[in-house]
Design a protein around this ligand. Structure first.
Ligand SMILES: *Cc1c(COP(=O)(O)O)cnc(C)c1O
Length: 390
């Protein structure tokens, strides 16, 4: 993964990703507006910024003044520190003891939910002669990471009683916001979280920054904003789900405008005419019913254009939708440009994003292969150049 920020598409690139700075800033602005001036914004840039490019997105988010960045691994955090980003960085994922030592030395803020991690953070902070800022994650019903109510006070005390440690934040994560228009379970988790905060207060423990909201919670439930919202998918201009979008429309006065940030593009490698009856690609899964003009594209499932899109997806060529024909290969796929007579070698093709009046959405691709928009963008291969465009 390269951290160089490109501003022009390299002429040598046959496939690449474009990141719209305008769209990204717009979405950051929308979430600022939604959460208001008293709530901090954590831009979640884990997983190569959901495939968008870690350095580009974190750089733009930091320049826009977000209060924190959220990463999954110590490597992502170190990459950002090396890129000169000084913003608070919270590591949301698991850190082995060795990774904990690196994280603490680089002033990353680990998420912890058990004594073992607190002990390794303490060792790391003492060795680095620093104070580790820890975010304690509590269990409220997702049963993923999180400390149980029974252990809450003892685990919190292990942090607050230690001069090398600071309880910098208290977090939890919702299990059932995106998948439904009924937010009863989310409200129960919120109530559970608030009860845990009160229990801490009863013991004289100040929880630091309270942060529990993801994009869907930030949009739909203002009570979840607390001190900071952790926003991922929405920053990339994608709705967490159709249900979240519908719920937002049903809420009076709440209108959120999200603009997709990513475009996936490639150049035509070859144009060829095949006769009626010709088969296309591995397994002969497509047979031309009429004389057909094909364009060969230098992009396939290795680059993140899922093989499940074979014979299903469309790409945009000269602003016209062109269907994928035959199986998607490792680095190649074929599309039907019979109705796009202008299509020529080296022309730009859009596999995700807009061209002319047409747009291919991450949701369109997700539907074809039975997944969610998150996975479509997150799996675009990190090797593809990411280009920051206006
Ligand atoms: C990924 C993640 C988020 C962001 O969720 P979105 O739905 O993308 O906004 C927030 N919090 C945690 C702990 C996460 O892992």
């Amino acid at each position: 993964m390269s951290t160089a920020i490109l501003r022009e598409v390299p002429e040598r690139a046959s496939s690449w990703v474009e990141i719209s700075a305008t769209a990204l800033r717009h979405n950051l602005g929308e979430f600022r507006r939604i959460i208001g001036p008293r709530c901090g914004l954590m831009a979640v840039v884990k997983s190569n910024a959901y495939g968008h490019g870690l350095a580009i997105v974190a750089g733009e988010a930091a320049a826009a003044g977000v209060e924190a960045l959220g990463v999954n691994t110590v490597d992502e955090g170190l990459t950002l520190r090396r890129a000169g980003i000084d913003t608070r960085i919270v590591v949301l994922g698991y850190l082995t003891p060795a990774a904990m030592a690196e994280a603490v030395a680089a002033r990353l803020e680990p998420t912890v939910y058990q004594m073992e991690a607190i002990a390794s953070a303490r060792t790391a902070a003492a060795a680095a002669r620093t104070r580790a800022r820890l975010h304690l994650k509590v269990e409220t019903g997702t049963h993923r990471q999180g400390v149980s109510e029974a252990e809450l006070i003892s685990v919190s005390r292990a942090i607050t009683a230690d001069p090398h440690l600071e309880l910098a934040g208290l977090s939890t994560h919702f299990a059932n916001i995106e998948d439904t228009t009924d937010h009863t379970y989310a409200r129960q988790q919120l109530a559970c979280y608030e009860a845990l905060v009160r229990r801490l207060a009863d013991h004289g423990i100040v929880p630091g920054i309270r942060h529990i909201a993801c994009s869907a919670a930030a949009i739909l439930l203002s009570e979840t904003h607390q001190d900071m919202a952790r926003v991922g998918i929405g920053l990339y201009g994608l709705w967490p789900s159709k249900e979240t979008y519908l719920s937002s429309l049903l809420q009076a006065g709440m209108r959120v405008d999200l603009v997709p940030v990513m475009a996936l593009k490639a150049r035509i490698a070859q144009v060829k005419d095949v006769p009626a009856g010709a088969y296309v690609g591995y397994g002969l899964t497509y047979r031309a019913t009429h004389p057909t003009r094909l364009a060969v594209l230098p992009i396939g499932y290795y680059e993140g254009y899922d093989r499940g899109l074979s014979n299903l997806a469309h790409v945009l060529v000269h602003g016209v939708r062109a269907p994928v024909r035959g199986r998607i290969c490792m680095n190649i796929c074929m599309v039907d440009v019979t109705d796009v007579p202008a299509a020529a070698v080296n022309d730009e093709v859009v596999l995700l994003g807009a061209q002319g009046d047409e747009r291919v959405r991450a949701e369109d691709l997700a539907r074809h292969i039975g997944t969610i928009n998150y996975e479509i963008v997150a799996r675009i291969h990190p090797d593809l150049p990411r280009v920051l465009v206006a």
